[in-house]
Each structure stands twice: as structure tokens, then as C-alpha cells.
Design a binder for this molecule. Structure first.
Ligand code: ATP
Ligand code: MG
Length: 582
């Protein structure tokens, strides 16, 4: 399917001039020296991500600016300036040091989106320890697996979440201390090694800790989403700050006056790279919204806080689409200047919907836990081709390669790969050197995604390598078929798999969840078949359609096609630690 391009915005109609003005700005092969000068790290081997994101602004006269604007579950609000965050993170670093934590130790955090979480993350970084954020909706087993694998020595959590872990804490011999944030719930009693957050903070000095970190010191480790298999612990370094800053500026188009909102949870990489690091490196005020998804609640938050730049994900956008267009008119959303999405392919229908209700394209961008930061993006200055992930970040080299690691011609489908050396590249899979090495071939890092690049340099996602379907000699990317389903008014979401077939090798099977006011009837199934055949060639169209109330997703909101497939074939489900439970 071809969707018409959303024209380039006219510069004079834009509220502010974008940070990148045109194609010419994308072609610079060496933007990093200038970015390093802007950040004040040129020629320096030692710097610290937390110091750059927080303290630097205090030294440059922005100490009184609000960095963190928090709206709690009960509607209560708190605001923290860069200066307040500087003091609090210094104190937290001292509190950790007081517990014997040293550079390189793993400190994990299992908490909801409360201000203390942000203080803990940056305080840990200031001390040079490695922070590992865990999604707060995890059950005990995924937490145990990650704490064991990483050898975490400290866990920061809340009394109620600690209670959830009661069965597994005894299985963690390396865990020495638990720091309890008692904002909502007070701990009835303390176990050995438990520390109260407030007490530790009150006793800690507020001067900067005496540590230096080098560019290459480990900073954050994130377990991947587990969409394709067992989650892997991707390890990042302080040097990533350079690309967090640059992509915040180029792809998210952050300007000093912005109110920015990233909806991702800090348990996933988007929630740290772009829900902490990028906005603060750019000196921007960011909204932290404690509650989960709700269409009215989200629109109301945008209206109330006058959010200007909004970074969200396809699943959330599909849920907003499901809630309908009308509700968008009940709110004043005119503050929104730039909307971005990441995490899954963004169906063209979603881009067009955004254009209709928000009067602007939703800008898809591509990256993954391992890349640490955005690598391909739709920029505010350019025409958006719905369904495309956009063009490479200046100074990075994504490409489409064949199995031998050679670049392929325009429009050919191949492995999406990246030339190593981008600043935020992961440096290891924790405890898994062999897997790390296996991701490189012929001077490329292999991402595990399939894509193509058109003659104008736009990248198009095809599917995960594992999800691509081979039907009668045709390679079918699930995204294309799912996007065709999304065009039908009855469809809320669709997931497509290859089902083994004696003749065709595989046939395409689609799982479809309907919008609330549609019934899963045979008539609708036949109508959907006809609808898809009118859009896709017969070879690619699904042979079977099954209706489901909703599709299995990871807790970060990605459709788990491997689970649809395992269930279909009656095979073991594999690692389900990140499966979202209804
Ligand atoms: P795992 O590696 O454990 O299977 P995961 O790959 O889902 O999980 P993440 O690192 O959170 O873990 O997700 C990155 C992946 O998400 C990308 O490799 C890609 O498959 C998908 N993705 C992210 N952004 C986009 C996008 N804009 N378009 C298409 N796919 C995207
Ligand atoms: Mg992955």
C-alpha cells in the first residue's frame, strides 16, 4: 500500500524553528565534535552522565529552572529544580557510599514513577555504580532472575513492592541492602540490611561525591523487552550522554522552553534514555506522570501541563485511536508541537489518525535497547512518509545488508544493521560475551530487525527477523499485513504469524482484536478477508483470521508474536517473564 506523504511543514507556519532545518543537516558525517563542545566534554576522558544532566545546568545559571514536574496518582503535584536535584542526587550518592557501594557495583531499582526513583538513578550514576531499573509491575520471578544475573548488591524499592518479593529475597545471596522509599506505605519493620530512604538521605552530606567516571565506565543496564526470547542485560556507558543529548535535540526537537512528556516507564530503555537523560541533558522541564494509561487522563495531563513535546508508543496510540476522535475535541491539545513514537512499528493508519486529530504527523523513530539512543527518525522539518521510520541520525550509519554483511541495493529487504561506533552503543550483554559477539558481522552490528531503504533514504521496517514469514517463496513482513488490517474500522489491533504448511512452507495467519462495538462474527471475518485481499496480493493475504479479545503483549506494550505462534502450534511458551497479564 502506498500512503500519501504528509507534506513538509512550512517553516513560517512552525511555532519555533526546528533544531535541524533541512536535509543538509542530516548528512554531516562528523557532528560529534560540535555536540561534545556544546556539552562541554570535548577533549575530556572523564565525565559523568548525571553531572552533565543536572549539575551542569546549575553551574550555567539554570539552577532554579524546574527539571521534574511530577503529577502523582492522586493528582498531587511536586516540582524539583535542577538545583534541588543536584543536592538530592549528591546526598543519594553519599548514602550509597555509606552502605559500602563502590564504582561498578550494581544497584537495582524496583519502584513506580515517584520522584525518589529519579533521584536514586542519578545519585547512583554520580557514584559510578551501575543502575538497573526494573518495571514495577513485574512479579517476583522476573525480578529474581534479573537481580541474580546482574549480581545486584542493593535494591531500592517500596515496602509494598518488597512484600511482593517476599518469596525470592532469600534466593539472592549477593543482595546486601534494600533501601525502602516510604512515600505511601511505611515499613512495618525492617529486616536486616534494610535502610529507610528518608533516614539515609537526612544523614548524608550534600556536597558532590568524590568519584570520577570515565566515558567508558558502565552506567545503566537494561534488560531487553523479551519480545523475541529471554531478556538480555544490555550494558551502557556514560559516553551515551552525547547521543542522548544530540537525539533529544535533533529527533525530539527539544527547545529550552519545552514541557516534555515521555510516557515510557523507566523500567525500559526509553524511560531512561528519553524519560530522564535526553530531556535533562537539554535542560528541559519534563512531566513525570505517575498513573498508567487512560485516554481522558492523558489528554487532560497534556492540557493541564501544556505539554509541547510528547514521546509515546504505538500501542498507546492504538489505544487512543480505539477511544475515538470525539474525546480529543473535549481537550485543548493545542500546546502539542511535536509528537514522536517508538517501540514497535507505527502503522501508517496511526500516523494519519494523528494528523487528523492533532493536526500534525506522529513522528516514528527507531532504536532498541542495544543502541541506547535513537538511530533513525522522522525529523520535524521533513515530509513524513506514513509507515517509514525516517532517516539516520547524523553521524551514524545504519544500513541494509545481506547474510554476508554486504550492503544491499535500494528497496531490497535485508537485515537492518549499524556500523559500530555510535556514542550510545551498548558495550556488553551482561554475562554473555558470546551472544554479544554473535551480533556483529563484517564490520556491522546486526539489530535482529528486517528493513529496506528507499531511493530517497527513508528506512521502512519489515519485521523482526524471527517474525518474517516465508509463504510459497514470498517473504512477508507481519507489519505490512497488520497495517492493512488497521485500516479497517472494526480493527483495534492485529498480530500476524507464519503457520507451517506442507505446500507453502508457511501460510499467513492473523489474530485480530476488535473495537468495542464490533462482534466477532463469520460475516465480519469474511469481510476482513475481502478487505485485506483488496489491499495486499493474494500471496500475502492471510489464509486464516482468528478473533481474540486482545493480543498478548510485553509489559512494554509490544505484540508478542512468538507467543501467538507457540499457542497456535501447541509449543512451549518460552520465557514469559515480560508478558503483560490482563
Ligand atoms: P528482545 O530483544 O528481548 O526480544 P525487544 O527487541 O522488543 O525485546 P527492545 O530493545 O525494547 O526489546 O525493543 C527494540 C525493538 O523494538 C527493535 O529492535 C524493533 O524490533 C522494535 N522497534 C522499536 N522501534 C521501532 C520502530 N519505530 N519501528 C519498528 N520496530 C521498532
Ligand atoms: Mg531486541
Amino acid at each position: 500500500m502506498n500512503y500519501s506523504e504528509i507534506a513538509k511543514p512550512k517553516t513560517k507556519e512552525m511555532q519555533v524553528a526546528p533544531n535541524l532545518l533541512g536535509e543538509g543537516d542530516l548528512t554531516s558525517k562528523t557532528p560529534w565534535p560540535e555536540i561534545e563542545r556544546e556539552l562541554g566534554v570535548d577533549g575530556r576522558d572523564s565525565f559523568n552522565l548525571a553531572q552533565l544532566a543536572i549539575d551542569r545546568h546549575c553551574e550555567n545559571g539554570w539552577g532554579d529552572k524546574v527539571a521534574l514536574l511530577w503529577e502523582g496518582k492522586d493528582g498531587g503535584e511536586e516540582a524539583y529544580t535542577f538545583e534541588q536535584l543536584r543536592t538530592l542526587t549528591n546526598k543519594f550518592a553519599h548514602a550509597l557510599a555509606g552502605l559500602g557501594v563502590q564504582k561498578g557495583d550494581r544497584v537495582f531499582i524496583f519502584a513506580g514513577r515517584v520522584p525518589e526513583l529519579y533521584v536514586s538513578v542519578f545519585g547512583t550514576l554520580k557514584l559510578g555504580a551501575i543502575i538497573g531499573p526494573l518495571f514495577s509491575a513485574f512479579g517476583p520471578d522476573p525480578v529474581r532472575d534479573r537481580l541474580l544475573d546482574s549480581g545486584a548488591e542493593v535494591l531500592i524499592t517500596t515496602p509494598d513492592l518488597k512484600a511482593r518479593l517476599s518469596t525470592i529475597l532469600k534466593d539472592l545471596p549477593q543482595l546486601r541492602h534494600t533501601i525502602l522509599i516510604e512515600r505511601e506505605v511505611k515499613a512495618a519493620e525492617l529486616d536486616q540490611g534494610d535502610v529507610r530512604y528518608e533516614q539515609a538521605m537526612a544523614a548524608a552530606p550534600s556536597d558532590p561525591p568524590d568519584t570520577t567516571t570515565s566515558r567508558e565506565d558502565y552506567s545503566i543496564m537494561h534488560y531487553t523487552s523479551g519480545t523475541t526470547g529471554k531478556p538480555k542485560g544490555a550494558v551502557h556507558v556514560h559516553n551515551a550522554a552525547i547521543q542522548h543529548y544530540a537525539t533529544g535535540k535533533w529527533a525530539l526537537d527539544l527547545h529550552p522552553d519545552d514541557i516534555y512528556w515521555c510516557t515510557a516507564d523507566p523500567g525500559w530503555v526509553t524511560g531512561t534514555s528519553y524519560g530522564m537523560s535526553a530531556p535533562w541533558l537539554n535542560g528541559v522541564t519534563q512531566l513525570i506522570y505517575e498513573s498508567g494509561f487512560g485516554a481522558s487522563a492523558w489528554y487532560s495531563a497534556i492540557q493541564k501541563h501544556r505539554v509541547t513535546v510528547w514521546y509515546t508508543a504505538p500501542t498507546a496510540i492504538r489505544m487512543l485511536m480505539k477511544a475515538g476522535d470525539e474525546i480529543t475535541q473535549k481537550y485543548n491539545l493545542s500546546s502539542l508541537r511535536h509528537i514522536c513514537s517508538v517501540g514497535e512499528p507505527l502503522n501508517p493508519e496511526a500516523v494519519l489518525w494523528g494528523h487528523r486529530v492533532f493536526h500534525q504527523a506522529i513522528h516514528d523513530n527507531w532504536w532498541q535497547t542495544e543502541t541506547g539512543a535513537i538511530l533513525i527518525a522522522n525529523y520535524p522539518f521533513m515530509a513524513v512518509r506514513p509507515g517509514s521510520m525516517g532517516k539516520p541520525i547524523p553521524g551514524t550509519t545504519p544500513g541494509i545488508i545481506d547474510e554476508a554483511g554486504n550492503e544491499m541495493p535500494h528497496d531490497a529487504e535485508g537485515d537492518l544493521a549499524v556500523r559500530p561506533g555510535w556514542p550510545s552503543m551498548f558495550r556488553a550483554y551482561w554475562n554473555n560475551e558470546a551472544l554479544y559477539r554473535s551480533r556483529f558481522n563484517n564490520g556491522w552490528y546486526i539489530t535482529g530487525d528486517r528493513a529496506r531503504k528507499d531511493k530517497d533514504g527513508y528506512f521502512w521496517f519489515v519485521g523482526r527477523t524471527d517474525d518474517v514469514i516465508n509463504t510459497a517463496g514470498h517473504l512477508v513482513g507481519p507489519f505490512e499485513v497488520e497495517s492493512a488490517f488497521m485500516e479497517h474500522p472494526a480493527v483495534a489491533e492485529a498480530g500476524v504469524i507464519g503457520k507451517p504448511d506442507p505446500l507453502a512452507m508457511e501460510v499467513v495467519k492473523a489474530f485480530v482484536a476488535l473495537k468495542g462495538n464490533y462482534e466477532p462474527t463469520d460475516n465480519l471475518r469474511r469481510e476482513l478477508m475481502r478487505f485485506i485481499r483488496s489491499r495486499l496480493s493474494a500471496a500475502v493475504a492471510p489464509r486464516e483470521i482468528e478473533f481474540l479479545p486482545s493480543l498478548p503483549k510485553t509489559r512494554s506494550g509490544k505484540i508478542m508474536r512468538r507467543l501467538l505462534k507457540a499457542k497456535e502450534l501447541g509449543l512451549p511458551l518460552g520465557d514469559t517473564s515480560t508478558l503483560e497479564e490482563d
